[in-house]
Design a protein around this ligand. Structure first.
Ligand code: IPE
Ligand code: IPE
Ligand code: MG
Length: 240
């Protein structure tokens, strides 16, 4: 492989455009969500093939709870089904599956399925697949600050140490504590915004926006995003 072929360690995708994809076909929005599951499978495979170590997917935001009940319900059912269907493939491909977000808002059946998939795949180490569910960046930072405040209150003897914490120390309180920050953040469907996604963690991510709607984003699109990433010059505020 050519020298300039730099592979990102962590690729994160804001999977957007399912509703428009369905509407373009005269179908209900939920039809687009079902079609989007195929793209998840394709991108997971492409990540394994290209040597990406972490693939994270924004599947449902805290704000998405405000959508019509029927759409929310169908989305949650789709997640349960997709986890069940994909577990054998994840085992075969060495995929470790993790869900991050405000799990207290998820149903008992969905949480049960998540726990089962997470424990079954815990020892896999080829690719870590993270699904952000009921997640928002502001929620993440707030829960981190609350836990830190609690720790200060419970351990007055550690107050000085905790208050002199740096940004690396604070990031240990975010739900992404064990995961490296995303190198590349992809958003489909032509929207150029973060929508309250990894606000802290994407501080130095490279962004790739494409007009392709999520159900049409397959292996070729994933590889194109990686090719674009390979051309980027990451400077982190320094002079070259
Ligand atoms: C992304 O597709 C999936 C979720 C946010 C759950 P959308 O449902 O947002 O599709 P559009 O943006 O309305 O087309
Ligand atoms: C962002 O998409 C959330 C997910 C992809 C899960 P939205 O469709 O909810 O974002 P907005 O409303 O267009 O910003
Ligand atoms: Mg959308």
């Amino acid at each position: 492989m050519e020298d300039n072929r730099r592979i990102p360690v962590h690729v994160s995708i804001i999977m957007d455009g399912n509703g428009r994809w369905a509407e373009e076909r005269g179908k209900e929005r939920v039809y687009g969500h079902a079609a989007g599951v195929e793209s998840v499978r394709a991108c997971t495979e492409a990540a394994v093939e290209t040597g990406v170590k972490y693939l994270s997917l924004f599947a449902f935001s805290e704000e998405n709870w405000s959508r019509p009940e029927h759409e929310v319900h169908t989305l949650m059912e789709l997640m349960v089904k997709a986890m069940g269907d994909e577990l054998p493939t994840m085992m075969k491909n060495g995929v470790k599956f993790i869900v991050l977000g405000n799990r207290a808002r998820l149903s008992a059946s969905l949480n049960g399925m998540i726990d089962d998939c997470m424990s079954a795949t815990a020892a896999n180490d080829r690719l870590t697949l993270i699904v952000f569910l009921s997640y928002s960046g502001k929620w993440d930072m707030l829960q981190a600050a609350k836990r830190l405040a609690e720790e200060c209150a419970d351990h007055p003897e550690r107050r000085e140490e905790l208050l002199s914490m740096d940004t690396v120390g604070f990031s240990r309180y975010l739900v992404t504590r064990d995961i490296p920050d995303p190198d590349l953040v992809i958003r489909t469907s032509g929207e150029c915004r973060l929508s309250n996604y990894l606000l802290w963690q994407a501080a130095y991510s490279e962004f790739y926006f494409t007009d392709v709607l999520w159900p049409d984003f397959r292996k070729d699109e994933f590889r194109s995003a990686l090719a674009e990433y390979a051309k980027r010059d990451r400077r982190y505020g320094k002079v070259k």
